[in-house]
Design a protein around this ligand. Sequence first.
Ligand code: ARG
Length: 266
Amino acid sequence: MKKFFAMMLVVLMVLSMTACGKKEEGSSIDKIKDAGKLVVGTSADYPPYEFHTEIDGEDTIVGFDISIAQAIADALDVELEIVDMSFDNLLMSLANDEFDMVIAGMTADDERKKTTDFSVPYLESKNLILVRAEDADKYTSLEDLEGAKGGAQTGSKPFEHCVTYCGEESSVGLKKVQDLVMELEAGKLDVVFLDYMTVLSYADAKDSLVAVDVNIPVTSDGYSVALKKGNTELTEFVNGVLEDLKEAGKIEEFIVEAKKLEGAEE
Ligand code: ARG
């Protein structure tokens, strides 16, 4: 028994030594190349950023964020693996090394920058609200939102807007955007706060819903790739890829492609 424990101890020591050694010598980019894949976390409930659709009878995650992820994987010459989870868990999972980066229509603001690093923005961020068509004239300014039953995705920036403008007691946070839309259609919510392109996607897809601009102030630089705090090497690499994509007009192209795939998501 004693011998067994002694042996286990040696094994553990050797294991931890190799683990430490690896950390020191391998850069974050080398690690991804060694693994042969880039693992990207997202919350695929946000057309046209990222959403589920059926391609050749198979459930597939698509969207312009996914095209950006693919471009980064291509630049690294590795495969892309997407991990889909609820939006409010993404940054925690990133900090716990569950993936290499998060691409999820994530707004880079000062609060998040305290614990997470962000790439340069790849698109300007804007917010609209989604309401029932018959209510379109009811909400024309931020003041009109006071006391309205508001909903937004848990852990999202739009949820903060919801609380600010509808009031804490009138705000509901749900994990899935599709559920917010359902509650709105059912009359359980009056307004849903989302990023502008997602609002437009749902307004397009559903006759009963419309997009309304109530001039929610812009409080960030835009949408960015989120990376683990301190991972400067990978952040700089991602910045390089994004600058190239922007310069070549690729982001706009990706958005057009993503919009074409819309409509099939649940
Ligand atoms: N832009 C907002 C934020 O960062 C919402 C993003 C939601 N993204 C998603 N894939 N559901 O808080």
